[in-house]
Design a binder for this molecule. Structure first.
Ligand SMILES: *Cc1c(COP(=O)(O)O)cnc(C)c1O
Length: 414
């Protein structure tokens, strides 16, 4: 991830240590014939026989192309396509895999905007969605119908850190696919934003397709919004066509920042985030005012064995990530106590910032119930552990002792 692929079809940069940035909406063509060939090649695999012909940024573009090669390689997928945001990537892959009459199965807790996409927009296109407990393979099996085409989930789940066993989901889906024609097969799609490819590569465990918000851990610095879909060669042409026509491309300037700063620094950031997350999780777990802490790296984590199985870096070392979810002690039905704590942090902390988003060099804290996940029905959230006073913390690169001191001061104050 630091050096990227040394050779790219996208640009001759053997003599650049840092890949060049492209910023050209349109491309000069030597002849009408070359232009015509470019349109023939676009979203057809025929383009592999000669040099790439660039026509227009919305179709294809070299800096984004280089980032896509490196993202595909980081996740162990054949191809990657970048989008304007994580939501553009998720809606792209969903619309390419599903059409009217089809059915999607997903986990009952999801990032708020993904939930909103699934409940506000997919039904308009005649796509039915079932929300299930995907930690329960019997429930998954029961929810699959002849119309099911996609099983979609996050692991760890945003925000409550539940893990879903990718390999077990794959096995259930394989059983169902056995009797199906190729065009009726169910695809397993995993949103790997929380873990990043440093901590978990879902394709190794049987996911067909991985998507990410590049805005988070991969982008890392919080300067640009972006998204990516990574998967097998077969999805490339349709996703390219979708992206061209719906128009949600990642700009080359945002692609360059991710290519040059975000992805190459991912491993070193993640190793340090993780070290901090361990210290913070242990501090919270031992604090008398804390009811529970969910961090996959704690041996008390309810799915610790699953965490140790599927959250691994590329060298096989345990990599439980940078995200924590915790709840304070005491009855807090409307979340006032949790909000007081976070407000104290927002106004007094030295190293923690109240903000949505995650995976940045700055430690970020928020209340999912009333903020990032407010699109989910409150009763459903509370039933599944996303309580009004629940707190999500994304560890950054500050000294862990400073972060713990901030949390301690806020716990003393409330
Ligand atoms: C933030 C986020 C998204 C959406 O990404 P954007 O880049 O904000 O559009 C999707 N999934 C998860 C898990 C996220 O945290």
């Amino acid at each position: 991830m630091i050096h990227g692929l040394s050779r790219s079809r996208h640009w001759e940069y053997d003599h650049h240590v840092v890949p060049p940035i492209s910023s050209s909406a349109t491309f000069r063509l030597d002849s009408v014939e070359r232009g015509a060939q470019g349109f023939i090649d676009f979203a057809h695999d025929s383009g592999d026989h000669h040099d790439l012909i660039y026509i227009y940024d919305r179709l294809d573009e070299p800096t984004r192309g280089m980032l896509e090669e490196n993202l595909a390689s980081a996740e162990g997928g054949a191809v990657a396509l970048c989008f304007a945001s994580g939501m553009a990537a998720i809606s792209g892959v969903i619309h390419c895999l599903l059409q009217s009459g089809d059915h999607l199965v997903t986990h009952h807790v999801l990032y708020g905007c993904t939930y909103s996409l699934f409940t506000n927009w997919l039904p308009r296109h005649g796509i039915r969605v079932n929300f299930e407990n995907l930690t329960d393979m019997a429930a998954l099996r029961r929810s699959i119908t002849p119309q099911t085409r996609v099983v979609y989930f996050e692991t760890p789940v945003n925000p409550d850190m539940t893990l879903i066993d990718i390999e077990s989901v794959r096995n259930v889906v394989d059983e169902c696919n056995e009797a199906r024609q190729a065009n009726e097969r169910i695809h397993v799609v995993v949103d790997n934003t929380f873990a990043t490819p440093h901590c978990q590569r879902p394709i190794e465990y049987g996911a067909d397709i991985v998507c990410h918000s590049l805005t988070k851990g991969i982008g890392g610095f919080g300067t640009d919004i972006g998204g990516v879909v990574i998967g097998p060669q077969e999805i490339r042409n349709q996703l390219l066509l979708y992206r061209k026509d719906f128009g949600g491309i990642l700009s080359p300037k945002a692609a360059w920042a991710t290519l040059v700063y975000g992805l190459p620094s991912l491993a070193t950031r993640m190793v340090n985030y993780q070290k901090t997350a361990h210290h913070v999780a242990r501090f919270l777990a031992n604090h008398p005012k804390v009811e529970k802490v969910l961090y996959p790296g704690l041996s008390s984590f309810p799915q610790f064995d699953l965490a140790k199985k599927q959250m691994r870096d590329s060298k096989g070392r345990f990599a439980p990530g940078s995200m924590l979810y915790f709840v304070l002690k005491g009855a807090d039905p409307d979340g006032r106590h949790g909000r007081e704590f976070v407000n104290y942090v927002a106004q007094n902390a030295y190293s923690i910032c109240l903000a949505v988003s995650l995976g940045q060099i700055k430690t970020l804290i928020e209340c999912p119930f009333s903020m990032t996940h407010s699109a989910l029905p409150p009763d459903e959230m509370a039933k599944h552990g996303v309580v009004p006073g629940g707190i999500r913390l994304s560890c950054g690169l500050e000294d862990w002792e400073d972060i713990v001191a901030d949390l301690k001061a806020a716990l003393d104050a409330v």
